[in-house]
Design a protein around this ligand. Sequence first.
Ligand SMILES: Nc1ncnc2c1ncn2[C@@H]1O[C@H](COP(=O)(O)OP(=O)(O)OP(=O)(O)O)[C@@H](O)[C@H]1O
Ligand SMILES: [Mg+2]
Length: 434
Amino acid sequence: MLDATARLAVDPADPGVMQVILERAIDMFDKADAGFIAVREGADEVLRTVACSEQYLPHVMDLRWPPGEGGPGLVYQARRPLLWSAPEQVEAAIETVNPGDRAAIRSVASLLPPAQSVICAPLTARGEVIGAIQLDHRGQTAPFTEWELGVLAQMASNAMAMALDNSILFTELRAQRSQTQELLRRIIAAQEDERVRVARELHDVIAQTMTALLGGLRVLRRAAEGAPELEHLDEYLSQVDREVRAAMEATSDLASALRPAILDDLGLARAIEWQAQRAVRSTGVAVELDFSSDWLDRLPGQAAIMVFRIVQEALSNVVRHSGARQVRVEAGDGDRGRYLRITDDGVGLPAGGSLEAPDAVGLRGMRERAEVAGGELAIRAGADGGAEVLLTMAGPGLTGNEGTAAQRAGEKRTGPSLVIGRSGFSGEVGVNPW
Ligand SMILES: Nc1ncnc2c1ncn2[C@@H]1O[C@H](COP(=O)(O)OP(=O)(O)OP(=O)(O)O)[C@@H](O)[C@H]1O
Ligand SMILES: [Mg+2]
């Protein structure tokens, strides 16, 4: 554990923490003009400078301090704070640590000018000295005092304890978050697989069985036509025929809601067009689509599904909650990356942050899917009233090499810019998803 904490403290990925500690320490003392922090680099106990004041850049940053050498090396070895303002004090300090070590005396003494006075305190992490912080006074005014040395020592141990605790907590949080993300990714992937399976089953088994049923009904009706004693059956058979057809349509709707084949076959942009058509069908909401970039169709397969689900939920919310007359779906490349925006002119989100509501499963699901796709989602009031769902994708989407069928076929299309009116679509949409 100690090793782990020591490593965390010197983690070069986190140099900012040491720099902040140093700057705070320099700010605490009027006399401190400059300083640096060195920490243990590994098992060999050589300290390495990890933070220093600007005027010491760059050479102090390159310095290494073996135990007993220089201010940090000496303090590291002595395991206690040291102060010196004149060569004699250096000598006295070294005598207490390494009696008769002339080389050490020379190495520390040579560091005094331009510093007139130096205080150096051990950095302690969970009882173990892992480095040292040195502050230099370069002016001609009164040198550092023992009292100031004590304050620095106290500050160094408190600051380090806090920095380490924070850093450990942060690392743990990061690990937990990435585990949660991974779990979420798997759950969502499993859910999508299941949807594909059920949709296929509905199509391959149920729909085929119903087609066969229709065929059987046709034969029966023909047989009934030729037999006057079965005439009364005809009306009954046509009724069954209508019911089977209605069930087939419902099955088809259900299967395509579960996983529209259009998404895999023609790509995300077309699937969104199709979804918009379905969502507003017979609701009286006008949908406007404006895709000024083809990034939607360049998303890898899994991310494309996530984005599709987001649009699906956003449109369903517009229809169910907004009372909007118009909804707009835009995709483009902005200054801050790719974006997809769904805005409506409805009543707007309820006050008090709908995302925090325990039953806001739909909204939270959208946000989680956005994260899985490698993007970020904002759900907020629209600029002109109504609600806005904004998905931004700064980096590359979810890694995956499957892509859509459209991508596989090398098909390149720029997105549509069309209006789906209250009386239906205008534009080349309405592709059969089956
Ligand atoms: N476009 C919108 N306009 C107005 N209110 C909205 C809009 N989208 C969401 N809301 C509000 O946010 C709430 C939470 O939305 P969310 O999608 O999480 O849940 P839901 O749609 O009520 O249920 P479901 O879990 O089936 O999605 C909604 O109940 C509604 O009050
Ligand atoms: Mg919803």
